[in-house]
Design a protein around this ligand. Structure first.
Ligand SMILES: *[C@@H]1O[C@H](CO)[C@@H](O)[C@H](O)[C@H]1NC(C)=O
Ligand SMILES: *[C@@H]1O[C@H](CO)[C@@H](O)[C@H](O)[C@H]1NC(C)=O
Ligand SMILES: *[C@@H]1O[C@H](CO)[C@@H](O)[C@H](O)[C@H]1NC(C)=O
Ligand SMILES: *[C@@H]1O[C@H](CO)[C@@H](O)[C@H](O)[C@H]1NC(C)=O
Ligand SMILES: *[C@@H]1O[C@H](CO)[C@@H](O)[C@H](O)[C@H]1NC(C)=O
Ligand SMILES: *[C@@H]1O[C@H](CO)[C@@H](O)[C@H](O)[C@H]1NC(C)=O
Ligand SMILES: *[C@@H]1O[C@H](CO)[C@@H](O)[C@H](O)[C@H]1NC(C)=O
Ligand SMILES: *[C@@H]1O[C@H](CO)[C@@H](O)[C@H](O)[C@H]1NC(C)=O
Ligand SMILES: *[C@@H]1O[C@H](CO)[C@@H](O)[C@H](O)[C@H]1NC(C)=O
Ligand SMILES: *[C@@H]1O[C@H](CO)[C@@H](O)[C@H](O)[C@H]1NC(C)=O
Ligand SMILES: *[C@@H]1O[C@H](CO)[C@@H](O)[C@H](O)[C@H]1NC(C)=O
Length: 805
């Protein structure tokens, strides 16, 4: 180390120590809080679809600017222009755009100073984004528009707050140097253009705009009705009125539209025109929301943001986020010279941004559910549980058990009133099921992890048994299909005869392995509840995955034999195997349209190669079936190295850690470092695939903490955290669990655990159980540059499997 860098090193180190010791005076928080590292713009390009705007943790209001392209999350960092500002969104979803109802739009002035000089239709009004003008942090989003308007956005639980500042570059005939006469309107539309009907009013005295619209959900069926209440502050009223299609007029003061032949639905809404607003002047818009009524939308807004204070609302949002983050502590160590290493600050940004994205959804709509009367909490945007069971809910359980408890109660209440647990749900509607009845996994995971306070587990258990036993008439959005065959044949036949219900007759392989795991989870809770018969029954059914295993099935890629034999294959009712190329539906073939389409094949969003690894409850048996630990490890290596696995789809998570079951935890650590940061970085394109409501976010957070779970079981795989030390304080018990890396090396050569001590005692298991987090304690990992031949390698060291229980 040269003299100059030595000096720099000491200066930086001293500064960091000082700032850690004293509260950071910049914004009055502990510098160790993750808030400052979060970048909500990560994942807003290349299909990440992350919501980048302002929201509270799990809040209903999610406000941002909506752009024209790749806009599932509203805003995308792709330079496409802005069509308005809307107040509710989902985050990271695939498929159609979600919500984004009742956008407000602001013109700095109207051409020729006439009402029809202002453009109303969404298809014509979009305005360019000023380059470099966008930035965001939790609870805050800002963007500059080429019309000379700077928008700043914050939010409370059910209310969006916008501050528009007019710069000297406003378009329109309103003089650029003189005062402006801005026009603001609310459009009865949503981003996916699904409005059925709507009605809007403006009060000519106060300028208050209220309205209602009925829309379709973005990945489900049915309709939902939403209400808004918008108030404005910052200028006096020149005129109010309504618009329809391209024209506006000051009479009448309300408007109703019903579904007609226009596509997209005809633009309509209300406007308010302001008298002179000075250059540099501000206009604040407060938009309250409710699924109950317009009155409730207004009272939500009045209660939450009584005085229109942007600063106070933002401060409250910041505080809420900092509280959520405060249960995790990261010690990133002394600054290093970063040679050959990824910058520690970047790694913290990747980590904390992941934590943040995992707390955007599900959304707390408690008190806002018009569908049934209940004192139970109501959460929505379980979007979708096929994605979220794998990392989102285990993560929330770990860092925010209270919220997870409310979510479990809401899932059980949904069962109570809808008759089924959802597999996907958004905007008060049932969403499409992708595979199994995977809410089973979420419920059981929580049950095993002491999410019990106030939870009606009797009803929860009833819901699980119904999934396993009763086939719904239409199983596309609840329950499971093919249950008759499932119970009698032990698999879902590719040519199933199912006269007991109907749904999309695809995915026979992936549904079979998911149903098997769902049944295993039910067996676990049955055992804990002392329901022995159920335990036996579902344990037996959980072994069904092997019924589709065809031992002599080979696999070639581009004509070259992979030299691995034995894969899951489709099976007919008569017991004969069919054929689907084991690498079909993999990224090698662009997934071959293996989605929820009518000809969607036998595996969902993944290949038989991938699904053959899915027996999360009996890895010992799977390893045997596939030829023993060495064969298993080389097969897993091939999966990772051949391009067959895409970590941007959630089924890719578990195979990163399945080496643990073969006594090779070191290989799991290698894989984690292979995917992070190569696939997860600080750029706006920095996540693979859609974030799926925080699935990628929670994956990266758990993986970097070194405790990725096997969801549905009380198992966390130990890999070295990406930081010298990490701690999590349990919100229910108040105890702190700390994991320390000894010999931590920021260039990540020392990623191999050599030995472990748990509270000072030798610990050879390569996994943890949840009691570590409930009771607190210290896990000390001694790291080295080479794989250990002793730690975590023995039969007793690997996580439990059903067949070796
Ligand atoms: C930076 O650290 C590496 C070890 O990670 C060391 O080999 C190298 O000499 C250091 N470089 C400087 C300029 O200090
Ligand atoms: C504005 O006024 C000019 C001249 O009177 C006219 O040519 C033009 O069409 C008007 N533009 C709009 C948008 O009304
Ligand atoms: C005003 O907006 C125009 C159009 O977007 C842009 O080209 C110009 O640079 C802006 N001028 C200023 C001073 O911001
Ligand atoms: C938002 O709602 C949550 C309940 O989900 C509540 O705990 C929190 O205090 C609310 N936040 C604000 C700022 O009102
Ligand atoms: C709007 O449409 C929904 C669904 O089609 C319907 O239930 C509702 O009654 C309609 N509302 C009005 C005001 O027409
Ligand atoms: C619309 O305005 C008319 C006339 O002012 C009024 O009679 C009617 O009740 C209003 N409708 C709504 C839905 O506000
Ligand atoms: C489980 O949670 C309850 C509160 O719901 C708490 O009293 C109990 O101590 C917890 N159990 C453990 C093992 O921490
Ligand atoms: C499989 O084995 C054959 C024969 O040894 C070899 O040519 C081929 O390259 C192997 N396949 C792969 C993917 O390594
Ligand atoms: C089983 O059914 C499939 C599909 O109908 C058929 O192709 C196959 O020949 C049958 N096998 C036997 C043994 O009948
Ligand atoms: C960042 O992550 C994206 C998404 O996984 C990836 O495509 C890109 O190559 C990564 N960029 C860098 C510089 O690592
Ligand atoms: C680690 O393994 C490499 C070979 O893979 C060997 O060259 C090196 O000496 C080993 N290092 C230690 C510390 O055992």
């Amino acid at each position: 180390m040269g003299f100059r860098s030595l000096l720099l090193y000491f200066t930086v180190a001293t500064f960091l120590k000082l700032s850690l010791a004293a509260p950071n005076t910049r914004d009055g928080v502990d510098a160790a809080n993750g808030y400052d590292f979060v970048d909500p713009l990560i994942g807003t390009r290349n299909g990440g679809h992350v919501f980048a705007g302002a929201t509270l943790p799990f809040g209903m209001a999610k406000a941002v600017a909506d752009v024209t392209q790749d806009n599932q999350g509203g805003y995308a960092s792709n330079g496409s222009p802005v069509t308005g500002f809307s107040h509710m969104h989902d985050s990271g979803t695939g498929g159609a755009s979600s919500l984004a109802n009742f956008p407000i739009f602001v013109h700095p002035g109207c051409n020729n100073d006439t009402i029809n000089g202002c453009v109303f239709p969404k298809s014509q009004r979009s305005v360019g984004v000023v380059e470099g003008s966008v930035s965001a942090r939790p609870g805050y989003f800002t963007i500059g528009l080429e019309s000379g308007i700077k928008a700043e956005i914050t939010a409370s639980n059910h209310t969006a707050l916008y501050k528009f500042t007019f710069s000297g570059n406003a378009t329109g005939d309103a003089a650029v140097d003189g005062p402006l006469s801005p026009l603001v309107f609310v459009d009865l539309t949503d981003l996916p253009n699904t409005r059925k009907n709507g009605t809007a009013s403006v009060d000519p005295e106060t300028g208050r705009m209220t309205g209602t619209g009925t829309f379709n959900p973005s990945f489900g069926f049915g309709t939902y009705t939403l209400h808004y209440c918008a108030d404005f502050k910052g200028g006096s009223i020149r005129d109010t009125g309504v618009f329809i299609n391209t024209r506006g007029g000051s009479e009448p003061k309300n408007i109703t539209v019903q579904e007609d032949s226009n596509s997209p639905p005809i633009p309509a809404g209300t406007y308010m025109w302001f008298k002179e607003v000075e250059q540099g002047g501000e206009l604040t818009a407060r938009v309250g929301l409710s699924f109950i009524s317009r009155e409730k939308a207004c009272s939500n807004a009045e209660a939450e943001i009584p005085d229109f204070s942007f600063q106070d609302t933002l401060a409250t949002a910041e505080k809420a986020w900092k509280e959520k983050f405060s249960v995790i502590e990261i010690d990133a160590g002394e600054p290093t010279n970063s040679t050959g290493a990824v910058d520690m600050n970047d790694l913290q940004t990747i980590f904390w941004s992941g934590v943040y994205r995992a707390m955007i959804s599900p959304q707390d709509y408690t008190g806002e559910n018009p569908l049934w009367e209940s004192d139970e909490p109501y959460y929505d945007s379980y979007y979708c549980i096929w994605d979220s069971f794998r990392s989102i809910h285990p993560f929330i359980t770990l860092v925010d058990p209270y919220s997870q408890t409310l979510m479990i109660r809401s899932l059980i209440d949904i069962y109570r009133h809808e008759g089924w647990l959802p597999d996907c749900r958004m905007s008060l509607c049932k969403g499409w099921t992708q595979g199994g009845s995977n809410a089973d996994i979420v419920l059981v995971d929580s049950y095993l992890k002491n999410i019990t306070q106030g939870v009606d587990w009797d009803t929860g258990y009833e819901a699980l048994i119904k999934d396993a036993e009763v086939e719904p008439q239409v199983w596309d959005y609840e329950g499971r299909g093919g249950l008759y065959s499932w119970k009698n044949l032990g698999y879902i036949p590719t040519d199933d005869f199912d006269p007991y219900g109907n749904g999309l007759f695809t995915r026979s392989i992936s549904r079979t392995v998911e149903y098997a795991y769902n049944d295993f989870c039910i067996a676990e809770i049955a055992e804990k509840l002392g329901k022995d018969e159920d335990y036996e029954k579902y344990t037996e059914r959980s072994g069904n995955w092997i019924n589709l295993y065809k031992p002599d099935q080979t696999s070639s890629i581009n004509g070259v034999d992979t030299n691995f034999t034995g894969f899951l294959q489709p099976k007919y009712l008569n017991g004969t195997f069919g054929f689907q190329d084991p690498n079909f539906c993999s990224p090698l073939n662009n997934f071959d349209s293996c989605y929820l389409n009518p000809n969607g094949h036998e595996t969902y969003e993944g290949s038989s190669w991938l699904y053959t690894f899915f027996a999360p409850h009996d890895m010992a048996s799977l390893i045997n079936t596939l030829g023993g630990p060495d064969m298993f490890v080389s097969r897993l290596d091939f999966l990772h190295e051949s391009g067959l696995l895409y970590v941007g789809d959630e089924q890719g998570f578990l195979p990163i850690f399945q080496y643990h079951y073969a006594g090779r935890p070191a290989k799991s650590a290698e894989r984690v470092h292979y995917y992070i940061p190569s696939q997860f970085n600080t750029t706006t394109a920095g996540i693979p695939g859609n974030d799926d409501s925080g699935a990628m976010g929670s994956f990266v957070a758990l993986a970097m903490l070194g405790i990725f779970p096997n969801p549905g079981q009380d198992v966390y795989f130990i890999t070295p955290p990406f930081f010298p030390s990490v701690s999590i304080t349990n919100g229910m018990t108040g105890n702190t669990a700390t994991i320390n890396n000894i010999n931590f090396d920021a260039s990540y050569k020392n990623i191999y655990v050599q030995s472990v001590k748990l509270d000072g005692e030798e610990y050879t298991r390569n996994y943890l159980t949840h009691d570590f987090f409930l009771n607190g304690g210290t896990l000390e990992l001694t790291l080295g540059p080479n794989e250990s031949t002793s730690w975590g390698t023995g039969d007793d060291d690997v996580p439990p499997s059903l067949s070796t229980k």
